[in-house]
Design a protein around this ligand. Structure first.
Ligand code: PMV
Length: 329
């Protein structure tokens, strides 16, 4: 016997009660391997994707003329949301406008494994996943620049004047070189296993960027020298990446951490975690992202070695660690 095939609700029934459509999007975290802070002054920077740390978003039409958010940080309407949610709200509004959805009759659900305020691109990743969910709901494809602008809108609310590296890195499948707004992919000669360790303290990127600016005003020659050395480390790392030379990359990471300390964005805890990773056999380690808290990134020789390094980092006081492998490409 032939059973009738149930009809799907008509897609033009937007906002109608019982509208069961949903748009979904995902994005991953990122870690800056070289060039954070220096990138703000026009230097190149290298970022790697952290596919193990993902955010998932879902946008559903609702009958109410309001934007509702359900996340681990907050559940309620946009008008009652705390300051922390402003970048997300900006992303939803920008994404809905971009895909041609008028009004705010939607509910956004966010499920994120990316810790907030740890220099891992959480705000950019949420905005990227929101842009993808809005496009999915509307059944349209966003162009890469349109997509980038949505994420940057949210990033401006989160960080003031972001270089754009986070917005590019959370949307890229592999490592990228970012220079003055331009992005290119980099070759990776061998798999690279990184251990990330949370220092347990949040770091404000805006505060860290402001601190570097102040130091540069006080000591322009000294700071420009450090920035130029960070720039050379980033540029030189491209060949190491291509060759899969872990030992050379590790040495550069240690040097970069030292220079970031000179810029004023390391902390006693971050220095201690870098030392602990190195002592446990990491090729190198450094703070990643804005600093003044956040995470340390350590390069292991293998996945087995990574386990050993992660244990050492936790023994040195890191409340959480993650291991991630960037595939050869
Ligand atoms: O968002 P974070 O903490 O990963 O930092 C981004 C990198 C900075 O160079 C410190 C700032 C920027 O806008 O590039």
């Amino acid at each position: 016997m032939n059973l009738p095939i149930p009809m799907r609700p008509h897609p033009s029934a937007a906002d109608a009660p019982g509208d069961r459509r949903v748009g979904v999007g995902t994005a991953h975290a990122k870690a800056i391997l070289f060039g954070e802070h220096a990138v703000v002054y026009g230097a190149p920077a290298i970022a790697v994707p952290l596919h193990q740390l993902e955010v998932e978003t879902a946008i559903r039409p609702t009958p109410r003329a309001e934007l509702r958010i359900e996340s681990e940080l907050f559940a309620g309407t946009a008008s009652t949301a705390p300051e922390l949610l402003r970048p997300v709200i900006t992303a939803v509004r920008a994404a809905l406008a971009s895909v041609g959805s008028a009004g705010e009759h939607v509910q956004l659900r966010v499920r994120s494994a990316i810790p907030h305020g740890r220099g891992l691109g959480s705000s950019a990743a949420v905005a990227a996943a929101v842009a993808r969910a809005a496009a999915d709901l509307a059944g349209v494809e966003l162009g890469p620049e349109e997509f980038h602008e949505i994420v940057q809108r949210a990033e401006r609310v989160a960080h003031g004047n972001p270089s754009g590296i986070d917005a590019r890195a959370v949307a890229a499948a592999g490592p990228i070189r970012f220079h003055r707004g331009r992005v290119s992919t980099t070759g990776v000669g061998a798999p690279l296993t990184f251990v990330l360790a949370d220092s347990g303290a949040p770091g404000s990127t805006a505060e860290a960027v402001a601190r570097v600016r102040e130091r540069r005003t006080a000591d322009p020659a000294g700071m420009d020298r450090a920035i130029s050395q960070l720039s050379d480390l980033a540029e030189g790392s491209l060949l190491d990446l291509e060759l899969g030379d872990r030992s050379a990359l590790g040495a550069r990471m240690l040097e970069a951490h030292e220079l970031l300390g000179r810029l004023g964005v390391s902390t006693v805890k971050l220095d201690a975690l870098v030392d602990a990773a190195h002592a446990a056999g990491a090729h190198g380690a450094k703070l990643t992202g804005g600093g003044l808290g956040g995470c340390v990134l350590a390069l292991a020789d293998s996945e087995d070695e990574a386990e050993h390094i992660a244990l050492a980092l936790r023994a040195a006081g890191a409340p959480r660690t993650w291991t991630t492998t960037v595939a050869a490409a």
